[in-house]
Design a protein around this ligand. Structure first.
Ligand SMILES: Nc1nc2c([nH]c(=O)n2[C@H]2C[C@H](O)[C@@H](COP(=O)(O)OP(=O)(O)OP(=O)(O)O)O2)c(=O)[nH]1
Length: 136
């Protein structure tokens, strides 16, 4: 990280329910990529581990409590984010406390990975969705 201080790390969760559906949220108006559907998550802040950043984002965005040990690394994507390189880390999560609520987005949707092609998502998410379609 020190050798590449411009790299942006983003963490995201494939929150998966008992029938294999995964939660997506719509990015709100006024934000970059508004209206696109994304995996809940956000940027890793200075001094945070990826897992504690993701647990923080899931609390802020959905109001749920997740233990860092329940975040299972799944896959990652590398993409350009404006003028910066971005690494997007996707974790599987099947255990949490609370009911996910749309605290930071206009809408939430549970859907199977094979149905995600029907929704507009950020370009960086394409390899993540392809991975989920293959291995979910
Ligand atoms: N959470 C999330 N972000 C994604 C996905 N795909 C993708 O390209 N991104 C991008 C969008 C944003 O440029 C960046 C995440 O930043 P964000 O703005 O949501 O982060 P944040 O919650 O920390 O918000 P902020 O404090 O910077 O406003 O990653 C995804 O599936 N989930």
């Amino acid at each position: 990280m020190e050798k590449n201080p411009t790299m942006l790390f983003v963490v995201a969760a494939a929150l998966t329910n008992e029938v294999g559906e995964i939660l997506l949220q719509m990015r709100p108006e006024g934000r970059q990529m508004a209206g696109l559907w994304e995996f809940p998550g956000g940027k890793v802040e200075q001094g945070e581990s990826p897992e504690s950043a993701l647990a923080r984002e899931l609390k802020e965005e959905l109001g749920i409590d997740v233990a860092a040990s329940d975040l299972i690394p799944l896959t990652f994507a590398s993409a350009q984010n404006g003028d910066r390189g971005m690494i997007l880390l996707l974790y599987r999560c099947t255990q949490w406390i609370g009911q996910p609520a749309a605290l930071d987005s206009p809408e939430l949707k549970w859907l199977h990975p094979c149905d995600m092609d029907a929704l507009p998502m950020p370009p960086a998410d394409v390899p993540l969705v392809n991975f989920l379609k293959k291995f979910s």
